[in-house]
Design a protein around this ligand. Sequence first.
Ligand code: PMP
Length: 418
Amino acid sequence: MNEEQRYRLRTPASARYFEEARRYLPGGDSRSTLFYPPYPAVLDRGEGCRVVDLDGNRLLDFTGNHSVLIHGYHEPAVLDSIRRQLEKGTCFPGPTEPQLRFARHLVERIASLERVRFTNSGTEAVMMALRGARMFTGRRMVAKLEGGYHGTSEEVMGTAHPDLVLLPADDAETAAGILERRAEEIAALLVEPVQGSAGMIPMDAGFLRAMREATRRLGIVLVFDEVVSLRVAYGGAEEHCGVPPDMTCLGKLIGGGLPLGAFGGREEIMALFDPSRGPPPVPHPGSYNANPVSLAAGLATLELLTRDTIAQLNRRGERLRAELKREFDEAGVPAAITGLGSLFGIHLTDGPVRTIRDAARGDEGLRHRIFLGLYNEGILLDPRGVGTLSTAIGEREIERFLEALRTVLSRLEEPAAV
Ligand code: PMP
């Protein structure tokens, strides 16, 4: 039996769900990155570091909903905070107290952040930061690094758009040269300090310093998209690499499992959003902006994410990356393990992985077999081969992951189908 046959046997309820869901939703779902063949398992509930699918399979969750749930499911402090806010009300036609507490927390936590505003998603945070940068500079174009993912707004979603300039992510001289040649047109340089969607690839600190220097010199707004990377240090990746951006975008984990994004940065740029002195140069309306239930969940989440907690998560992440490498080496399967802190990526290629181009050399068919195999062994990863740790995952769960991987790698010898 191959891994797909095993998977089908374990997930008949998900198969039935998908058969019907395709009649109402294109592809049976609303989030493209979740699809994998033959059909994704439908998830029913979470318990600590585990999720349970429709067929009752219990899986150790090494995705944390793609880096959102840094404390796993059922963190009591987060649930209590949500409940308390639910009793008061879910949304209001006016500012609320959780907003002030959260804004204070973020400004005190992230060194470069002087003012902040809240959105419903990382996508919106990026959109608003770019609007701010454009108004601030009077320029139109946006530069981003190859492999960077910044949400679903059209101009930054792919690699080609009339307003987009693409820079290499591993060649500071070329990147700075492009910025220099087109400086008059470029409003912002958008950077993920750890490229999440590209496969958890940390950007080189020297490269980031060079981008800081070039953008400062050329009057380009440097925007760090820390939607994924915030977790690598208490004050985010900017603290880890010692490079302060002009603006920062946040999302995912800051909502504690509910929809929330934020953007902020230098006071003089953020002043463009201020409606208290007449119509703001950049309006930022939104019926659910700064939703108090999301803020309650998110603030409880961040308050639990102390320096000590992050240090422990990062130590476990380091250990996991080293052990993953050892397992692949011992099985004789070429693999590069990337990541930083509690983020990790598995690339089935024998070269080093420093860019999305390196990652693209990975064996996708093998990656998918391993992904399904791990599912069959009770381990949930992102189908793209990346994952994250949560504080709900302990040493035992890491052991279980490694055991499952050993089992799956030993089955690679089996014929593809029986
Ligand atoms: N930026 C980065 C770095 C992301 O990883 C994501 C989401 N994967 C986004 C922005 C968009 O966030 P959202 O999905 O909340 O719109």
